[in-house]
Every structure is written in structure tokens, then in C-alpha cells.
Design a binder for this molecule. Structure first.
Ligand code: NOJ
Length: 524
């Protein structure tokens, strides 16, 4: 029986691979005009470290990014770190005004753990920090803009990093304690929660490389410890909400994963296999425990890491196991899947020598881009709109049509208000999203990254992601709408993608979408 089941699973798996590979890059679209339904939600996003500034003001303590950039100013490309950022701590009312100009349904922002709990623990609650988020939320609600709150967007309190951060299983408890404080304060006003933003980047960038704090470089070991802990921390907080808050407040809790599309360099079997393997390491480790039928980490990842660990002389696999109880905790622990999608990469096997142990050595692939893809200011960001369509269809088929929210998508440019490239990228991806919906994706909403220019981590402000430009040299960090802000506003209003529409003037007014009556909310 088991063999028949295995055989059936393998067949479905290969049919899925063949199907998504057959969705070529040509002829994937047509010219019919499609429309976003009235209950489809549009929003814009930022994160605390990237926009708030006020890094040590009103009781906020040091996060790992504060420490890292203060100790290594040389890593920030243009020297502008998040000490002041876009100064949203002081300019939040203007930010809400921008959202009203765009006419969005919601604003996705993150809370700074440090601003709320300066020690990292709930022994000291920073009332000024609590007040700041309360003010922001009230300002949003006043104009009927739904707050979508991310609990953790990369900025761990340094105090907790000093105790091992996400590599320490106690972080699961610490995160729950923090979440409880936040839910107690805001669950009556906030209905959409995202536990963790891009755990796949947190664990790999922070522990496999020295590109992100703590720059600990524990290749092939640290990332796997982090993955287990951060995923359990997410699941625990999901259960906390369900058990203690959901009945009363009726909110939804999800997680945002980086879901860029990956495809084989060409249709050679070795490339198709390399893609599937790489996808399991970069996405499967995070999505499988929550959305696959069997739960747990992907079998192929467990097998490879166990094999390599043994060859390397470890007494057990470097990938920690999930116990039966942990698998149960994780399975189904999300009301929706948040997709952060930016780009597509080509994958092929690599015969390079990689450091051993390392994830790179476990997976042994190389990435590239098609030469015809337009590249943004960020060198990793290539425009390939069909990628978002394929990513959605892949998730539908493999994980049985989960409710999905695009929690981030965007484009980076230089300074300048005439951002035709961003406007073009937005339109093309919107068309692909409409197709993905038409083909069955249970997609509830779209979030533009970002509302305003901000600190793009180590790139500082050299890569601009904002619909609104920020003048970082001005006292009030003046925000000015770019062309793309007008295009997005128009799209939200008309709910169709208009190829050649241009604003008559670059002046922005508050959108005439009504904000008196509550907008229809997506059922998640
Ligand atoms: C995803 C991250 O969540 C966000 O912080 C970052 O700015 C964007 N990608 C662009 O790189």
C-alpha cells in the first residue's frame, strides 16, 4: 500500500514539474482586459528599521541592525543607515496621508520589538513605543485604512542576539512573549497579522553569510538551527492567537515568505532536477511544514543533508528533526500565505567546490538571469512578470490552493520622479497577477513595496523602492509622488491595467475612494 502511495505521490510530483516547465515564457498571456474584483485588496508596505528612524529615541533599544551598521559603517553603500531612515517615527501622519492619496485598502508595516520591549523581554514595556504604534494605527483607522502588522521584519533585539538569537530554541518563547504583549495591546484594532517576514532570508543571510547581522557565519549548521526555531516560533504565535484572541477579535495570522520564481536554465533533466532541489531548500523548508499534506521538512532535503553530514563526520544530520508534536504544531499554522515576490532566476547544477559544510555545498547549484531581462537598480532584481504567475500556479498545484496575499512586490531605481521602469514593471506584474487569479489562485490582495523610499539594508538609500521619493537631506524627509504612485492610484481606482495612461499633472490629491464606510474585507 505504502509503495502504491509513494508511486502515486512521485507521479503527481513529476506531472507537476512537467506542467510548470511546459508553461513556457511565450504565449502565456493574451490581450483580453481583466479586472480586479471589488473585494480584492490593495496596499503598500514598509518595515520598522527601514523607515522609522528614531533608533534610540523615547526608550527604543539597539537592534542587531543598529549594532551591525554602527560597528561596520563601511558596509552601508551610501553611508545612510536606519538611525534616521525616512523618519516615519515623526512623519507617520504624512505617511497616512500618502496612503489616502493612493486610495489603498491597507498599510503593511512592522513593529520594532526593541521599541516595545527594550530589554527584549516583557519585564519592561516601553509605553512611548506602545503609544507610537497606537497613534499610527488610530490614524489609519480614522481613514478606514486597515493596519496589517508584521511582528518581526529582521530587526531582532541585540540583547537576544547576544543570547544566540534565532539559533537558540529559547527564541521561540521570547517571540511568544513579545507577541502576547502586542496582541494584548492591539488585537482589538488590528485584524491582519504577519508573524515573520522572509524567514528564508533571515536564516540563510544571517547564518550562512556575513552579509546580515549577526554575521556569525556558521555555514551549513546555523541556518538549519535558525530555520527550525523561527518556524516553530511562527507556529507558536499562530496557536497563541487562535487559542486566546481569535474568538474575540476574529483576525487572521499568516507568514510572509520570499517566493521568487526559479526555473531551469533550459529543459535538460539535470537543470529541471537542480531547480526542484533548490526550491525545496529555499522554499520547501518553510512552506512544507505548514502547507504540505505530510507536514515536516521536505524529504529530499532531509536525505541530502543527512548524507552529506555523515560523509563530513557529523554524528547526526545538521538539519534538526521535527518531532511528531512539532510537525503537528506547524501543520496548518497559517490563515494565509504571504508571498514576497520580486524576480526570477535560472538554475543549473554547479561543479564548483563549495565550503564544507555549507548549504551551498548541500544543494550545489548556480543561478543566472536571462540576458533579455531588464535589471533594476538592485543587481539581483530582474523583471520577468510571468514568474509571479508561475509561482502562484506552482503553489496552487503543490499545496492545494492556499489563500494567498502578495505581501511585497516592487522595483528599485535611482533618485527621480519619472520612474517609467517601476510603472512598467508594476503594470506587467499586475497583468500576470490577473491571469494567476483567473487560473484559480486564491489571491486576496496585493502590496506594493514600498510606500516610500527607505533604507534598503546594506544598500542604504542607493536603491530606491518607493512609490514616493524621499528627500533624505531635507528636515522633514519630504515625500513626493513618483509617476508610479499615480499609476498605482489609477489602477486601484479603475481596477484595470491601462497600458498608456499618464497623469495630467504630478500633483497628488487625496483619492476620492470613499473612506467613510468600511471596505469589504477578504475572508481568510
Ligand atoms: C524584501 C524585504 O522584506 C524588504 O525588507 C526589502 O527592502 C525588499 N525585499 C527589497 O529588497
Amino acid at each position: 500500500m505504502r509503495n502504491i502511495q509513494d508511486c502515486f505521490c512521485k507521479m503527481t510530483y513529476w506531472l507537476l514539474i512537467i506542467f510548470t516547465s511546459l508553461l513556457g515564457t511565450d504565449g502565456w498571456s493574451d490581450n483580453r482586459q481583466r479586472k480586479f474584483k471589488d473585494d480584492f485588496l490593495f496596499g503598500a508596505a514598509t518595515s520598522a528599521y527601514q523607515v522609522e528612524g528614531a533608533w534610540n529615541i523615547d526608550g527604543k533599544s539597539e537592534s542587531i541592525w543598529d549594532r551591525y551598521f554602527h560597528e561596520h559603517p563601511e558596509v552601508v553603500v551610501d553611508g545612510r543607515n536606519g538611525d534616521v531612515g525616512s523618519d516615519s517615527y515623526h512623519q507617520y501622519k504624512r505617511d497616512v496621508e500618502l496612503l489616502r492619496e493612493l486610495g489603498v485598502d491597507f498599510y503593511r508595516f512592522s513593529m520594532s520589538w526593541n521599541r516595545i520591549l527594550p530589554t527584549g523581554f516583557p519585564n519592561k514595556i516601553n509605553e512611548k513605543g506602545i503609544q507610537y504604534y497606537d497613534n499610527l494605527i488610530n490614524e489609519l483607522l480614522k481613514y478606514n485604512i486597515e493596519p496589517v502588522v508584521t511582528l518581526f521584519h529582521f530587526d531582532l533585539p541585540q540583547t537576544l542576539q547576544d543570547l544566540g538569537g534565532w539559533a537558540n530554541p529559547l527564541c521561540i518563547e521570547w517571540f511568544e512573549e513579545y507577541a502576547r504583549v502586542v496582541f494584548d495591546k492591539y488585537a482589538d484594532k488590528v485584524k491582519y497579522w504577519i508573524t515573520v517576514n522572509q524567514p528564508n532570508d533571515i536564516c540563510i543571510e544571517s547564518y550562512e553569510s556575513d552579509r546580515w547581522p549577526p554575521a556569525a557565519e556558521s555555514k551549513g549548521i546555523g541556518p538549519y538551527l535558525c530555520i527550525k526555531n523561527v518556524m516553530l516560533a511562527h507556529a507558536n504565535v499562530y496557536r497563541l492567537y487562535v487559542n486566546e484572541y481569535k474568538n474575540k477579535y476574529k483576525g487572521s495570522v499568516g507568514i510572509s515568505l520570499a517566493v521568487n520564481w526559479l526555473e531551469p536554465l533550459n529543459n535538460k533533466t539535470e537543470n529541471v532536477e537542480a531547480v526542484e532541489l533548490y526550491r525545496e531548500f529555499t522554499l520547501g523548508l518553510f512552506i512544507n511544514p505548514i502547507w504540505s499534506k505530510e507536514g515536516d521538512f521536505p524529504q529530499v532535503v532531509k536525505d541530502i543533508v543527512a548524507k552529506r553530514s555523515k560523509e563530513q563526520g557529523f554524528t547526526k544530520s545538521r538539519l534538526p528533526i521535527l518531532s511528531k508534536q512539532e510537525i503537528k504544531l506547524l501543520k496548518g499554522s497559517s490563515d494565509f500565505l504571504g508571498i514576497n515576490h520580486y524576480t526570477t532566476s535560472l538554475v543549473s547544477p554547479s561543479s564548483d567546490e563549495f565550503p564544507s559544510p555549507s548549504i551551498a555545498d548541500d544543494v550545489r547549484v548556480q543561478l543566472s538571469k536571462r540576458s533579455e531581462w531588464k535589471i533594476a537598480k538592485s543587481p539581483w532584481l530582474a523583471s520577468a512578470p510571468y514568474g509571479i504567475y508561475k509561482a502562484c500556479i506552482h503553489i496552487n498545484l503543490k499545496y492545494d490552493y492556499p489563500p494567498v496575499f502578495i505581501t511585497e512586490h516592487g522595483w528599485s531605481t535611482d533618485v527621480g520622479l519619472q520612474d517609467e521602469d517601476r510603472a512598467y514593471n508594476l503594470r506587467e506584474y499586475m497583468k500576470a497577477i490577473l491571469l494567476a487569479i483567473e487560473d484559480g489562485t486564491n489571491l486576496k490582495g496585493y502590496t506594493a513595496w514600498s510606500l516610500i523610499d527607505n533604507v534598503e539594508w546594506s544598500a542604504g538609500t542607493s536603491e530606491r523602492f518607493g512609490l514616493y521619493e524621499v528627500d533624505f537631506d531635507s528636515d522633514d524627509k519630504t515625500r513626493t509622488p513618483r509617476l508610479s504612485a499615480h499609476v498605482y492610484k489609477r489602477l486601484i481606482k479603475t481596477r484595470v491595467v491601462e497600458e498608456n495612461w499618464k497623469p495630467k499633472s504630478m500633483k497628488m490629491k487625496i483619492s476620492d475612494r470613499k473612506f467613510k464606510e468600511p471596505e469589504p474585507k477578504a475572508e481568510l
